[in-house]
Write a new protein. Structure first.
Length: 416
């Protein structure tokens, strides 16, 4: 099991690039199931989760051609509309094949993803929406089995904002008979990027990015090419790493327009941030000011940036309150940060963080993707050596992590 050895206490300075967005590429790859023509995606990040999704699609009969960050999928030979447990259990985003498979094949068997470290993460809204569109759905032996000769457009309302729920239902509605309205839809930029890709494939969608998305079903979709948007969470993660280490960095290929809530909080913490046309720069103050955050659906502060910001507040001047409102168990990084010397008290979905002048390196364990990122940031800020264990979590969502951190002047090394 790989570990990351970090020599902390150095300010991050320099320049590196941002990769394509994992949470945009994943639903986009499943959108290729909606057509018999080839779909080509560029700027696809080379991540373990992407590899898992491509293997899942290939075992369904999809032809996969991957040349670096360009992926072409041809689902004309799709003949096995099944997502088996062995693959789904390693990546919950596999549930994103459900909507497209029902819409394209009229039949789908997708393993329930099961819980994960940060929460139960049920998929009841995905199922409820497809049933409203006419799918017969049975949940048995841990699988969702959905059947429907052709879905019918419907007015859908999700009980809570769900990103992949919105994406699944939007994709299914593209081939339904009639009009579908999704109310209380997720407004995340990745939903908009997916909608743009579907429109390029011939779908009729309006309102993506707002909480009401309208889809007019069409008979079929055609091939297209689409470029995956930059990863806003990866961007925010490196900005937080620079902020926590008193650094000065430039990120190319980054778009600041999807990070307003994070940029605002970094500026409140004392950072200078400059947005260029296709890059973003951050200069950190000598000591950060503690800043409280409350996670919520876009455009509010993203839950996927909560762990990274807790690492910042751990070394900031003052006390901050961190409220996690999306997932029920997304503070597992707190106990690991405490091992580095952080002063954090957890009470339910609230964390009280008292900034300390200095963290000291230690061995810590990653528990989930974004928690690991928070630990890396804390390790970069801490004096001395930090060894982060189980960094396979990081490899799911951060392309070329050591290379990019090294480009920014960090002393990090992967140890087997
Ligand atoms: C997406 O997960 C992201 N993953 C997550 O990023 C992100 O943290 C999350 O959205 C919130 O922004 C991808 O896009 C692949 P939700 P998703 O459905 O869609 C509850 C990362 O680090 N819910 O928006 O699974 C759910 O339990 C990952 O890259 C139901 O109860 O999240 C949660 O409490 C982690 N029933 C809340 O809604 C449902 O049917 C929001 O979940 C669906 C969701």
């Amino acid at each position: 099991m790989d570990k990351l050895l970090i020599e902390g206490g150095l300010p991050l300075c320099g320049e590196t690039s941002v990769s394509g967005a994992k949470n945009s590429a994943l639903p986009m790859l499943t959108a290729a199931l909606l057509t018999t023509e080839p779909v080509t995606f560029s700027n696809v990040p080379e991540l373990n989760d992407i590899g898992t999704m491509l293997r899942l699609l290939a075992q369904m009969g999809v032809k996969v051609d991957r040349q670096g960050s360009t992926v072409t999928l041809d689902a004309s030979g799709l003949d096995q509309p099944v997502a088996p447990y062995e693959m789904v259990k390693t990546m919950r985003a596999s549930i994103l094949v459900l909507g497209p498979l029902v819409a394209r094949m009229g039949d789908a068997r997708v393993s329930l993803p099961g819980g994960c470290a940060i929460g139960a993460r049920p998929v009841d809204q995905h199922i409820k929406g497809l049933q409203a569109m006419g799918a017969q759905i049975a949940v048995e032996q841990g699988y969702v089995h959905a059947k429907c000769r052709r879905l019918t457009g419907a007015r859908l309302f999700t009980d809570m904002v769900t990103v992949t729920g919105t994406e699944n239902l939007m994709m299914a509605a593209c081939l339904a008979a009639g009009d579908t309205v999704i109310e209380n839809a997720a407004r995340e930029p990745e939903v908009v990027d997916l909608a743009n890709c579907l429109v390029a494939m011939g779908a009729q969608i309006s309102g993506a990015g707002s909480d009401v998305i309208r889809i007019r079903g069409v008979e079929r979709l055609h091939g297209a090419t689409h470029r995956v948007m930059p990863d806003r969470i990866e961007t925010g993660t490196y900005l937080c790493a620079a902020a926590a280490t008193g650094g000065n960095i430039r990120l190319t290929g980054a778009s600041v327009s999807h990070l307003d809530a994070v940029v605002d909080k970094l500026m409140d913490a004392g950072c200078e941030i400059v947005a260029e046309r296709d890059a973003i720069r951050l200069k950190a103050p000598a000591r950060l000011t503690a800043v409280s955050i409350r996670t919520a659906p876009y455009p509010a502060f993203p839950t996927d940036m909560q762990a990274q910001f807790m690492a910042i507040d751990a070394v900031a001047d003052g006390t901050s309150i961190i409220r996690e409102t999306i997932f029920e168990n997304r503070f597992m990084h707190a106990v690991e940060l405490i091992r580095l010397g952080a002063d954090i008290k957890i009470d339910g979905n609230t964390a009280v963080v008292r900034g300390v002048a200095q963290l000291d390196g230690a061995t810590v364990m990653a528990t989930d993707l974004r928690a690991s990122a928070g630990l890396v940031i804390a390790g970069l800020a801490a004096q001395g050596k930090t060894l982060v264990d189980r960094i396979y979590h990081l490899d799911r969502g951060y392309e070329g992590l050591e290379q990019k951190l090294t480009a920014l002047g960090a002393r990090v090394r992967r140890v087997r």
